[in-house]
Design a protein around this ligand. Structure first.
Ligand code: SF4
Length: 690
């Protein structure tokens, strides 16, 4: 068989880089550049370069598995489907919960959303956007009327000032970092705020090191300084925003003086003043953030603060400006767009809205109706419900997610999952979560299916099939359709291809309404909103007005009082622990840890400790130590560095052998229900020799 190239989209971060998979003898053997993509122009980061290595791993699941007497035994698809259909039909809708996936295609997420709300009739569907950018969706939807990145990746290069807070862009979204570097080459100033001096911070013109969890105080201090100096954009505020006086009333309080916020955050007053001036007066400032902003009990407040700052200075709706949450996983934007959230159908049409509920019920045509017009549980609330009210939730269906490593306070999550009577997991590997399942279904990876995904800049791009799946593995939408057929809903899931599903999505989703496979097959694909077949897509949101969802299409400014994290250091746990990622790994490591090239770069986890703290504690670089919080303890190697703030420690969360999430705090933001991964109290100890 001849060698061929198949053009597709990288399965890792939300940047959405295009690439070619190299196929030889029917098997993917490598990755090659695809120059025509406007996103990455043929360039890839290490994860993209080695994105082929896990595909044919020996660990791939190849046959359905059913647990009998505590052990998995191989089963036929029919045996597995019969058991699943019989069990799921035995529960009430409210006893069932579903997790969709930020790494599978839009079509597959739509399929499981329809399965949950139509076949199971449950309101409880969510996915791991809850753990990363639920605060962005909630915060920006409230202030601008739309919860996505306002501008495009290429547009960042047009900025005159880029303010990055809570995002290690150069390592976590390297091809977005390229736009930042281009802007700097053209003379833009780069302001970087983070507790760690990361690779991104090392490129900054101004680096502000701060205590994790003090973001709102920092934003309020910058806004106070802007108003004091008359740097606010009075015309923009007057024409495009409401509640300016409310915002001003809060940020002008003495507690947000530069000197006071220096004490709260650790950022010198002169740096805060410089950041305020550069951001407000550059003429085109772009604000980028990621999970350093969102993963807090004040995550929504933090996001609203980014919106306040952009609106105050008129840095929205123009090239080189904007509020840009950088989404972590390849299709976390798409999974949200597809309604895999407990409150919305596709395109953020509310489940509790009578007209939207009727629209989906009528279009789907389930003879026995669909879920109630009610909001369901978020994944974090599912876990709390399982643990605290045993028997309320009984069955769970998980597609391509691994809460047993990704969620906060893993001991609690394990206890919660153990309360389930019946768990189905469909995935490509036997993950920590799949090991707990009653039935495991072998699914396909990105290289074995057609479909599309939506990147962080709202760009809907194609996956393309490059090889056949291993063994009996099937594409996720096909598995869901076959389970649904066993439950008596063959007619509602009678798709023959991913394109059939996409047509159904576009017919029900106004923001995708003008899209088709023909249109998104082009190298530049399309950015939503794209409401009509002749619409060119939308690279920049809010150019002349905010979203129609906002009263008078105006941006809402909000007074945000500063609050400390749920857990702050004390005598017993004297340090702040924050968590994040490695350049070479992705999420819970299922794919990257099975990539020899990536895993050999970073084979295990670590805890970063400031050099002065390490000296005081007598801890040496690379020494195995105990890290302990109120939720558990782990043994982990120390990485002693001057790049992290004194009093703060950092751990990546990819590694099961030193799982950071055993330590993290599952206290939730009251609105977005995101856990506080980015700040909890920790202590470390030397391991005593026996
Ligand atoms: Fe893949 Fe993201 Fe790297 Fe691009 S930047 S190659 S999308 S991991």
């Amino acid at each position: 068989m001849a060698m061929k190239y198949v053009q597709t989209t990288c399965p890792y971060c939300g940047t959405g880089c295009s690439m070619n998979l190299v196929v030889n003898d029917g098997k993917v053997v490598g990755v090659a550049p695809y120059q025509r993509s406007p996103v990455n122009e043929g360039k890839l980061c290490p994860k993209g370069v080695y994105a082929h290595e896990f595909i044919n791993s020996e660990d791939r699941l190849t046959t359905p598995l059913i647990k009998k007497d505590g052990k998995f035994v191989e089963a036929s698809w029919d045996e597995a489907y019969d058991l699943i259909a019989q069990k799921l039909k035995s529960y009430k809708p409210s006893e069932l919960a579903v997790l969709a996936s930020a790494r599978v295609s839009n079509e597959e997420n739509y399929a499981i959303m329809k399965f949950a709300r139509g076949a199971l009739k449950t309101t409880h569907i969510d996915h791991c956007a809850r753990l990363c950018h639920s605060s962005s969706v909630a915060g920006l939807a409230t202030t601008f009327g739309s919860g996505a990145m306002t501008n495009s990746i290429a547009d960042i290069a047009e900025s005159k000032c880029i303010f990055i807070i809570g995002s290690n862009t150069f390592e976590q979204h390297p091809l977005i970092g390229r736009s930042v570097a281009r802007a700097r080459k053209n003379g833009a100033k780069l302001i970087y705020a983070d507790p760690r001096l990361t690779a991104t911070g090392k490129q900054a013109d101004l680096y502000m090191q701060f205590r994790s969890g003090t973001d709102v105080a920092i934003f309020n201090a910058m806004m106070q300084e802007i108003i004091k100096n008359g740097w606010e954009d009075k015309e923009f505020i007057e024409k495009r925003c409401v509640e300016y006086e409310t915002l001003k009333g809060e940020v002008m309080k003495p507690e947000y003086s530069l000197e006071n916020v220096e004490k709260i955050s650790g950022i010198p007053a002169a740096q805060l003043k410089q950041a305020a001036e550069w951001y407000a007066t550059s003429g085109a400032s772009s604000l980028l953030f990621s999970m350093g902003i969102t993963q807090h009990t004040t995550g929504v407040d933090n996001v609203k603060s980014t919106a306040n700052l952009a609106m105050l200075t008129g840095n929205i709706g123009r090239p080189g400006t904007g509020v840009n949450p950088l989404r972590g996983q390849n299709n976390v934007q798409g999974a949200c767009d597809m309604g895999c959230l407990p409150v919305v159908f596709t395109g953020y049409q509310k489940v509790i809205d009578e007209a939207a509920h009727k629209k989906f019920a009528d279009a789907w045509g389930f003879p026995d109706g669909i879920c109630a017009p009610q909001n369901g549980y978020e994944v974090t609330i599912m876990m709390k419900t399982l643990a605290d009210n045993p028997g309320e939730l009984k069955g769970m269906y998980i597609m391509g997610e691994n809460p047993m490593l990704s969620d906060a306070n893993l001991t609690h999550v394990k206890h919660a999952m153990e309360q389930l009577e019946f768990l189905v997991v469909q995935d490509i590997f036997l993950t920590e979560t799949a090991e707990m399942a009653d039935v495991v279904l072998p699914a396909t990876c990105y290289a074995e299916k057609d479909g599309c995904q939506t990147s962080t800049e709202r760009r809907v791009q194609r996956f393309r099939k490059a090889q056949d799946p291993p063994g009996q593995a099937k594409v996720d939408w096909q598995i869901i359709a076959e389970v649904a057929a066993k439950m008596g809903y063959a007619e509602q899931f009678a798709w023959q291809s991913s394109e059939d599903i996409f047509k159904e999505i576009t017919s029900l989703t106004p923001s995708y309404g003008g899209m088709s496979y023909e249109r998104i097959n082009k190298p530049e694909a399309l950015q939503w909103p794209c409401p009509a077949a002749d619409h060119p897509g939308t690279p920049i949101l809010h150019t002349t007005a905010f979203a129609p969802a906002m009263p008078d299409s105006k941006g809402l400014m909000t007074a945000i009082p500063f609050k400390y994290p749920a857990e702050v250091p004390d005598a017993e746990y004297p340090f702040i622990l924050t968590t994040g990622r490695s350049l070479f790994h992705w999420h819970t490591g299922g794919m990257t840890r099975r990539s020899e090239s990536l895993d050999s770069e970073v084979p295990t986890g670590w805890i970063e400790i400031n050099v002065d703290d390490a000296k005081e504690l007598g801890i040496a670089d690379n020494e195995m130590i105990i890290a302990k919080t109120r939720r558990g303890q782990i043994n982990v190697p120390a990485r002693v560095t001057k790049d992290i703030m004194k009093g703060v420690m950092f751990m990546p969360f990819h590694f099961v052998e030193c799982a950071a999430n055993i330590l993290t705090n599952d206290a939730l933001d009251p609105v977005s229900k995101i856990p506080e991964f980015k700040a909890c109290a920790v202590t470390v100890e030397k391991i005593q020799e026996a």
